[in-house]
Ligand binder design. Sequence first.
Ligand code: GLA
Length: 357
Amino acid sequence: MKQKHKMNNKNLSINKEVFGKISNNVVYLFTLSNNNGMIVRISNYGGIIQSLIVPDKNGQTDDIVLGFDSLDEYLAGHPYFGAIVGRCCNRISNARFTLDGIEYKLSANNGNDHLHGGVEGFDKKIFEAEEFQKQHTVGIVLKYLSPDGEENYPGNLLLKVTYSLNNKNELKIEYEAKTDKATPLNLSNHSYFNLTGAGNGNIYNHILTIDANKYTLLNENLIPSGENPDVSETAFDFRKPKIIGSGINKLPYQGFDTNFVLNNKGNLSKVINIEETNTGRKLEISTDQPCVQFYTSNFLDGSNKGKLGKVYNKHDAFCLETQQFPDAPNNENFPSTILRPGQVFRSTTIYKLIWEK
Ligand code: GLA
């Protein structure tokens, strides 16, 4: 697909086009545009945010998320660019958990551990999609029925993800899920951002603030120990604005790949701010989720050639994956992530883009 930045059409609108085919299933790409020149493209394959085009302080637009121009490139494999991740995002240690006395074995797709829902997680599913247009928002409702036993998780899980865009430059993701058997559930979106534009270099000069007093201790395989120490006097203290690049190369795991425990007490509130001064772009994230995984694309190695042929290298992007506590099914110290029949899981994350005029 060619990049078309539709700057002339400045109306809240939604368009649907064919993105490609997976066997006999047609996959779509939806284009959501607002009155301020913000354009979001989302596919019903993996619920992938394929592009996020925003102006900068001089009115010049850039696509600020990593991804590909064609569906085939996504199908060829990628590290979850823009996708919905589940049934359990992040890691499940030793790819197993016990629930109500039964042991469930999951696929080990990251060493001995289970990562982002397994071999074929939600990032690789075709969702049913329906677009909507209201007075102040445009969006799509994505639905996927994850069958009992998929990736060995128990229960038929009905997942609904609503993406919407408004004229306050907010991209909202609302998750809703129901199950007919108790199952662990942890959902996130795995967008990789670079506020200077995807493929335009590293993110070292981005200034980050996270309203989190605690972070999660990890072992060498990035599995939580169960302890959440104070961020004070650590590299994880982002309570005041701090440049990402300072000290990033001294960290273990080749950069940030850490869970932060947010101070939002479960209420939808603004907990993250990240800005880049050359472009004047700022991203504010609000969530009701208790945690965020901050990952600085440490595993990108230039082998993914993205949109417009741009190459993505280590530290060229950041992910801020709002979620529940990682590996909670194996950690008694963490709040439960089990969804039971009769309960409805609901959660909201909002990405608000700001650019100074
Ligand atoms: C997450 C993990 C990382 C890595 C990426 C995908 O953010 O925390 O360790 O697995 O996903 O490459």
